[in-house]
Design a binder for this molecule. Structure first.
Ligand code: PEP
Ligand code: MG
Length: 608
């Protein structure tokens, strides 16, 4: 891997720049920040601020011909806001006899009818050539400045009114923008708080070159997605939304977790060189496509790909994988007002299965919940969604959603090897209930004379809860294969939220309890004589490969970008040495001893 140089701390650009102004140039003042690199590589691009909780809003320049369109977007949002006020007022009138809200809402409504706010925003869009959101923000700030200068308690109280009205307009603008999808500059580096699966699905990946989030962790969806798309990404730079502005030049080094905002020309040149070194190294891994995935003592390890979005298959096919070990289906449900129907899902699956040319595709039924919650499923908002109605629990409560997925898979099975994977299983009852529904689907399709193959798809379960591991013997007897989800298994075992940056150092795949749970799962699969795959993030980190194959796992599934590195590692390993290493790790109970032994193995020490 390339080396990043030490960059001395340069002066921090402390004064907050206003929207649409002072777009940073190469010779401007540079800001350097460090976070956690969660997806390797280097990008020199343009910031696109995408604040998902409305602390700030997307700000970008527009062209002259877009002025009327942008002004109309703003006026539509104003209309929408007015009608929301009317609805609230109607409700208040029904609830209260003497209508306490009407005078407040009169003030709000007045602000939205031909006031300075409306004229000011329209003028700013036109004169400064900025998008409606940026214009609303700057106009509100300007009005607040004027009010603040007045020494009058009544008037200063109105500042908050103006801000609330502004926020309501921004929300309406943003929900409209969300429905449409987001306009990005070329080479966009997305700067965000933490991108949920729903947020990422709105982005046009052709224009994105990297991600940086203020929160999140190596397990959050932005990180998983960046890795699966092979884009550099960094998490955990808390003040970045405050200091970065859409249009700024930015360098991100995802290998070392470094962000340089408004870099000097010297750093741009340096990082261009690092980038070409990195790309040369990545290209050199391509030769591995033709090489077999075998250890030095000729043990074959099957490598499969993970995909979230159907178009990722293009990238995956270039790596020469043995199949798709995990196709997450949540993304088919996000950012839409209706549910994906059987025909639509069938077409997607038929296409993927056909393109895999006989290689297996493991389709995971919807694992909604946590940060990937489609509106259409109407899941209740709870304080602890990771422990809520998610995964197979949710699917069994929305039987028609699950049956639609099963039917699409059953039909796609006529075109290749597609398998079903159930997420978040905690008990065998769930597996049996799902199998009953699958049998119903077979009958219903056959009744309609829709072709269903004689040989039904294999059905497996995700092993990603401690309960599943403890019940592994019973579960393994009731399914055709197991797939270990270490992202959730670690989260639930160690009680560490996988998306919470403040506990990310506790997210420890080498914790003795995790090693024991992996061993128990592999033994359970062996006893039941069924295959076990590992599709969590541990599979994609080549530093863990020796442990996984030493434990007896012979199938790993990961984002395409990681396949060459893991294959290279497999080819350097000897199975007997890996088994001895794992036996040593399993004999240790102190996490610190495990880390020492792990590091020693990485440095070439071998154990008998
Ligand atoms: C896992 O939990 O390891 C897994 C692969 O599933 P997801 O990341 O989608 O929860
Ligand atoms: Mg999971």
């Amino acid at each position: 891997m390339i080396n990043s140089t030490k960059i001395k701390k340069l002066p921090v650009f402390s004064k907050r720049r206003k929207a649409g102004q002072n777009i940073c140039t190469i010779d401007g003042l540079e800001i350097v920040r460090e976070g956690s690199g969660v997806s390797p590589g280097i990008v020199i691009g343009r910031v696109f601020v995408y604040d998902t909780v409305l602390k700030s809003v997307p700000q970008y320049k527009i062209s002259e011909e877009d002025i009327p369109l942008e002004q109309q977007r703003f006026l539509n949002a104003v209309q929408e806001t007015l009608s929301q006020f009317d609805t609230i007022l109607d409700k208040a009138k029904n609830a209260f006899e003497d209508d306490p809200l009407s005078s407040l809402f009169d003030v709000y409504r007045h602000m939205l009818k031909g006031s300075r706010l409306i004229r000011g925003v329209c003028n700013r869009i036109k004169n400064n050539l900025i998008n409606a959101e940026a214009a609303v923000q700057t106009e509100i700030a300007a009005i607040a400045d004027v009010f603040e200068a007045m020494d009058d308690v009544y008037i200063s109280g109105r500042i908050e009114d103006i801000r609330s009205v502004g926020i309501k307009i921004l929300r309406n603008l943003q929900s409209e923008a969300k429905e449409k999808s987001i306009r990005l500059p070329e080479n966009a580096v997305i700067i965000s708080n933490d991108l949920s699966a729903a947020d990422t699905a709105l982005l046009n990946f052709k224009k994105i070159t990297g991600f940086v989030t203020t929160g999140g962790s190596g397990q959050s969806h932005a990180a998983l997605l960046a890795r699966s798309l092979g884009m550099p990404a960094i998490v955990g730079i808390p003040d970045l939304l405050r200091i970065a502005h859409t249009g700024d030049i930015i360098i991100i080094d995802g290998t070392y977790g470094k962000v340089i905002l408004c870099p000097t020309q010297e750093h741009v040149d340096l990082y261009r060189k690092y980038r070409s070194d990195f790309l040369r190294w990545k290209r050199s891994l391509k030769r591995l496509r033709q090489q077999e995935s075998v250890t030095s003592d000729q043990v074959f390890i099957r490598l499969k790909g993970n995909i979230d979005l159907p178009h990722e298959i293009d990238f995956l096919l270039k790596t020469g994988v043995d199949g798709i070990g995990l196709m997450r289906s949540e993304y088919m449900f996000l950012n839409r007002k209706d549910l994906p129907q059987e025909e639509e899902q069938f077409e997607i699956l038929r296409n993927i299965v056909s393109r895999m040319d006989g290689k297996p595709v493991t389709f995971r039924t919807i694992d909604a919940g946590g940060d990937k919650c489609p509106d259409t499923l109407h899941t209740p908002k709870t304080d602890n969604p990771a422990l809520g109605l998610r995964g197979i629990r949710l699917a069994l409560k929305n039987v028609s959603v699950l049956k639609t997925q099963f039917k699409a898979v059953l039909r796609a099975k006529c075109f290749g090897d597609i398998r079903i994977l159930l997420p978040m299983v905690t008990s065998v009852d769930e597996v049996i209930a799902a199998k009953t529904l699958l049998a119903e689907c077979v009958n219903e399709l056959r009744e309609k004379s829709i072709p269903v193959p004689e040989q039904l798809p294999q059905l497996g379960i995700m092993v990603e809860t401690p309960a599943a591991v403890l019940e592994i013997d019973t579960l393994a007897k009731n399914c055709d294969f197991l797939s270990i989800g270490t992202n959730d298994l670690i989260q639930y075992t160690l009680a560490v939220d996988r998306t919470d940056v403040s506990v990310s150092s506790l997210f420890n795949p080498l914790h003795p309890s995790i090693l024991k749970l992996l061993k128990k799962t592999v033994d359970g699969a062996k006893n039941a004589n069924i295959p076990v795959n590992l599709c969590g993030d541990m599979a994609s980190n080549h530093r863990y490969t020796a442990i996984l194959i030493g434990l007896g796992i012979r199938e790993l599934s990961m984002p395409a970008i990681n396949i060459p590195m893991v294959k290279e590692k497999i080819r350097s390993l000897n199975l007997v040495q890996a088994q001895n290493f794992v036996n040593r790790l399993l004999s240790l109970s102190m996490p610190s001893d495990i880390i020492k032994t792990f590091n020693a193995f990485e440095e070439g020490v071998r154990f008998d």
